[in-house]
Design a protein around this ligand. Structure first.
Ligand code: SF4
Length: 61
């Protein structure tokens, strides 16, 4: 099963890390916060979730 990713919008500070590392998954919304525009492909690890400064990226198996 592919991982399912979502963003805790209240926690995101819009630093841009996830958008720059995985633009195929993350993008900015109109308010400068990250959102998921496409789920990661099968087998792709979302390691940036560990690097998000506020822990706003939630990865579910
Ligand atoms: S890395 Fe975290 S805080 Fe930075 S834009 Fe992405 S979700 Fe938001």
């Amino acid at each position: 099963m592919a991982k399912k990713v979502r963003i805790d919008r209240d926690a995101c500070i819009g630093c841009g890390l996830c958008v720059s590392v995985m633009p195929e998954v993350f993008e900015f919304d109109d308010e400068g916060k990250a959102r998921v525009h496409a789920q990661p492909a099968e087998g792709v690890e979302v390691e940036v979730a560990n690097d998000c400064p506020t822990g706003a990226i939630i990865v579910e198996d």
